[in-house]
Design a protein around this ligand. Structure first.
Ligand code: GTP
Ligand code: MG
Length: 474
């Protein structure tokens, strides 16, 4: 199982167990090792595949690996046979990403699958998130590592509708992705080959026109940050090359590889203060920590701090994917070998930080929250308890004071005093946690300043850190 959702109140301050367990999908044929030069030349983007259960995320991810030459025909034939034996004929492409037996039997992704491929300009790490609502915490861990998202939507009759309904994961995933810092979305309208769709322009337009206002209300600038395109993940149409006019006469836009290639994301500052939230750690000739660099760069020999415990450490080695590198910048998923700290003294949620401009550690902060859907009968007021998910931190928290309610129309604070709010409200409040956590103001480091609140396994609110309390110990 992937990341654990709720905290046991009796347990350690921060979850000591690695919360995020991804499965690395290594292509059967050895992918050539990248040398350092190449790493510097191409940009690197993490792309998370999100969307409702069975939309075709794993199939599309698998097809990408196949089309980029990382899976040979023999392996595909083997998967075809295995899928057939499990009476899941059409699932063979998904087997490239779904490597666990449980996933293959049930046809559902559980753990975030991870794989790599390249286009002209970019090295991509694919994070294939599960769509099933039981695994939303795993989806959150995948989306928290991503720069851009591919939202997969099934065009098949009835499937788009179920995904889009209240309680469907299309909505929840979009809202989570936005909050977790997924800046751009490619919305792929999938299963265009299905007999209920048959590359119908009407169906495609219907989905685009229903999704657009929803994406806008979730905070995406649809013109700038969102691109729609039709594909068939199963057949591989409009993916590596543009769809043929004989199949789809009305599409004049790009194929998926082109769209991925040309996505522009704001460059993170490689010279900024170093920040890498730790998602996992283990012992291996020293202490190795894993995480994604959110700001700055790291180099062999650097002196850094592990926060919030202010432990001084030295960088012995840096690994990017499977390769040892001398230096790595923002956006990279790394393993960093450290001296000066024991593995037991690190918990996931800690942050590897520069010494000079170190990250703050706080037990209280101010945030602007958007309430999504509270549990039945619950009211959101001072004393409300939830589980806070912010970068790799999972902590029980309590709302200590509601400060202001924001008028959704004018986006300005409302005058009257606010004691409680309901679903859909936007509210500024103070939030307290029991243990020191390392976070940032959203305006300084968006990736370290946006979060979700969950109760009983349901996301009840998404928010941004607006102020760190003055009791900061850093
Ligand atoms: P979860 O991981 O459980 O959230 O599902 P998923 O989004 O990864 O979906 P998956 O790739 O496992 O595919 C689900 C089903 O949809 C399988 O039967 C696929 O064969 C089918 N499917 C996926 N893409 C296409 C497509 O482009 N066309 C058609 N006809 N079927 C597809
Ligand atoms: Mg899947």
């Amino acid at each position: 199982m992937g990341m654990k959702d709720e905290l046991d109140t009796k347990s350690q301050p921060v979850q000591a167990e690695p919360k995020v367990k991804d499965k690395e999908v290594s292509a059967p044929e050895d992918v050539e090792a990248l040398d350092e030069m190449e790493i510097d030349k191409k940009r690197h983007l993490n792309v998370v595949f999100i969307g409702h259960v069975d939309a075709g995320k794993s199939t599309t991810g698998g097809q990408i690996l196949f089309l980029s030459g990382q899976v040979d025909d023999r392996t595909i034939q083997k998967y075809e046979k295995e899928a057939k034996d499990k009476s899941r004929e059409s699932w063979y492409m998904a087997y490239i990403m779904d490597t666990n037996e449980e996933e293959r039997i049930k046809g559902k992704t559980v753990e975030v699958g991870r794989a790599h491929f390249e286009t002209e300009t970019t090295r991509f790490t694919i994070l294939d998130a599960p769509g099933h609502k039981s695994y939303v915490p795993n989806m959150i861990s995948g989306a928290a590592q991503a720069d851009i998202g591919v939202l997969v939507i099934s065009a098949r009759k009835g499937e788009f509708e179920t995904g889009y309904e209240r309680g469907g994961q299309t909505r929840e995933h979009v809202q989570l992705a936005k909050t977790l810092g997924v800046a751009k979305l490619l919305v792929v309208v999938n299963k265009m080959d299905d007999h209920t769709v048959n590359w119908s322009k009407e169906r495609y337009d219907e989905i685009e026109s229903k999704m657009t206002p929803f994406l806008r209300s979730s905070g995406y600038n649809v013109k700038k940050d969102v691109q729609f395109l039709p594909i068939s993940g199963l057949v591989g149409t409009n993916m590596k090359t543009r769809v043929d006019k004989s199949t789809c006469p009305w599409w004049n836009g790009p194929c998926l590889f082109e769209a991925l290639d040309s996505v522009e994301v704001p460059l993170r500052d490689p010279k900024g203060p170093f920040r890498m939230p730790i998602i996992d750690k283990f012992k291996d000739m020293g202490t190795v920590v894993m995480g994604k660099v959110e700001s700055g760069s790291v180099r062999e020999g650097d002196s850094l701090l592990v926060m919030p415990n202010k432990a001084q450490v030295k960088v012995l080695a840096v690994y990017c994917d499977e390769n040892k590198v001398r230096c790595a910048g923002p956006g990279e998923n790394l393993r960093v070998r450290l001296s000066g700290i024991e593995e037991e003294d690190i918990l996931s949620g800690f942050v590897l930080s520069s010494v000079v401009k170190s990250i703050a550690a706080v037990t209280e902060f101010t945030a602007q929250l958007q309430i999504l859907e509270l549990l039945e009968n619950a009211i959101f007021t001072a004393g409300y308890k939830a589980v806070l998910h912010i970068h790799s931190v999972v902590e029980e928290c309590e709302i200590v004071e509601l400060l202001q309610q924001i008028d959704p129309k004018t986006k300005k604070p409302m005058k009257k005093k606010v004691l409680f709010v309901k679903n859909g409200a936007v509210v500024v409040c103070r939030i307290q946690v029991n243990n020191l956590i390392c976070i940032e103001k959203f305006s300084d480091f968006p990736q370290l300043g946006r979060f979700t609140l969950r109760t009983e396994g349901k996301t009840v609110a998404v928010g941004k850190v607006t102020d760190l309390s003055s009791s900061s110990s850093a």
